[in-house]
Design a protein around this ligand. Sequence first.
Ligand code: BDP
Length: 607
Amino acid sequence: MANKYLYPQNSATRQVVDLSGMWKFAFDFESEGDVKGYKNGIPDGILLPVPASFADFFTEKLYKEYTGDFWYETEFYADIAWADRDVDIRFYAAAHVAEVYFNGEKVAYHHGGFLPFTINVNKQLKYGVPNRIVVKLNNELSHTTLPCGEYKVLKNGRKLTAPYFDFFNYSGLIRPVKLVITPKNSIVDITLNHRTESKTAYTDYTVETVGAGNVNVEVYDEKHKKVAAVSGNNGTVEIKNAHLWQPLNAYLYTFEFTLSDNGVIYDKYSLEVGVRTVKVVGNRILINETPVYFKGFGKHEDSAVCGRGYNLPFIKRDFELMKWIGANSFRTSHYPYSEEIYQLADREGFLIIDELPAVGMLVSTRNAVDAATAAKIKPFFEEEIVQTVTLKNHINTLEECVQRDKNHASVVAWSLLNEPDTTGSEKAIPYFKALFDKCAELDVQKRPRSFAHIIASQPDKCLCTHLTDFVMLNRYYGWYLLGGYELEDGFARLDEELTKWDKTGKPVMFTEYGTDTLPGLTRLPAIQWTENYQEEYLEGYHKIFDKHDCIMGEQIWNFADFQTTEGIIRVDGNKKGIFTRERNPKHVAFGLKKRWDKLPVNYKGNK
Ligand code: BDP
């Protein structure tokens, strides 16, 4: 079995071994690792923590900014008890392109830095001697990578990354690497879809297995009481008087799947399941048939020193802050996040717009600024290679993402791209159509699909809005344009634009709006970059949102300050956070809390 999709778990039949720790590491400035046989072991590796991105450990710029190939290595011993089982290595994410060697043999190639992949190593595994994993990674950006960008070669031969996006191109083994040991007869995939009829919930399920055995499903409520039991690889679980999973009021059933034969249990896997429905009706998004108003943020996985590395304490802190401020949702801007974040969102009742790493599909290193000033930009989707290779990579990534995240109650919508060029060329249309159709085909729950519209993608100009189920808007009137003393004109432009979106009849959600704000800086009257300017800007936006019926969500850019490429419009990163990078509140957080605490979840209600 090449890829086992389920999130690894320990159970009576399964074992997970965490390989986190110090790994050997080497930069490969001259790309000579292949000829020098690094696949059999890195000769003079330094030690580096896994999981983490490598950039922020170093004090030398040539390492922080390193672009090209780099290598990781570790070893482990196999337990003889695994001899009659499947042994897989699971990379939770390897940014961005990975080649994996196991005991000297190439066992995998994976493109894309934010989704897991699994490699079966039964054939190569040795007992009694160390087993060696070597990973060659590459972090160069191009028009075919997700995210997109380019690099240039400096006079000294070093490569400089030029992302077409506004976050640091952190890379490396950014999430855990684990061994997953499963029985030969095992459960490899589970797909769930829910519907409700008055007080009864029906969950259609499909279980994919390998080897022998029959599937049984038992469902337990939060008090561990059995509420349903069925058999078969597919069928329907019926729960009477069901507790539905609601925003900020989660209820999770435990679905226990057992693969067995005549009383012999081969495999067991359990899932925490929130039963809920999602659909778009008119200009509303309904969860369990009730319109929901989204309050929250676009976020990043970003913290000092770890960079984009998996950081469980920050994950926990972020949820606590989001609950404190009255948020109920976030977008995984601009890539699928660590799986543990979705698990916590399921538990806490947060709504997630799950975004693919399709960011930078606009040939510009300062997207929002260029779009706001209508700079002439070479159309991205005109390129032949984009229509072929990029689209193929994009669809693979979509498949992996839906596969990974399909059963999370928290995932209520898909964002297939962020700020793509949808005005430069009609060739965007077939590209988007292929993507949107594929998403509908893959997702049995048929969750609403969209992409985040850049300012140039206006209601009368965007060539692709018609393919979306709801509209996501990133708008910076009052910041990148009409800022400072022109702020009132900025509000007027926003108001005018929303009047046009109102007429499309679709739900419209703000997925970005905000101002860079230096904590501690205040002035009277307010000027850009001050804390009180951030407050005036947000208050102005909110007044306008409240006027327009089609607006059914506000996700501010950004939850916290985050690191970007250095440059003249960034002071040590993007400062649009409501919280600092250390997760302390800026002044605006307190006012925002007042607003969000007051707004009911069904704010604006049915039409
Ligand atoms: C938008 C991008 C986002 C940026 C933001 C900004 O979607 O990634 O960080 O603008 O400029 O263009 O702050």
